[in-house]
Write a protein that binds this ligand. Sequence first.
Ligand SMILES: [Zn+2]
Length: 85
Amino acid sequence: MNCGVEKYTQAAHMNLGKGQGIKASDAALAALCCDRPGMRGCHALLDQGGIFTKAERRAFELEMVAKTYIALMERGLLKVSREVS
Ligand SMILES: [Zn+2]
């Protein structure tokens, strides 16, 4: 969702709500690329790169999660159902 590369996708957990014994939510995921020969992936750069301030990182994570969910819905891989009674 960040650089556009395909076939190297990992599920990156957003760090919102993490800490104090609380694990990151499995619902807050972003599709980011993994490391591959000769290149660091977006997932590793986000987690270990030290390239963002805390605020920048938070904004980046939110954007990537939103883009992931939008892409999944647009491809028909995630559907929102609504029950009407
Ligand atoms: Zn990437």
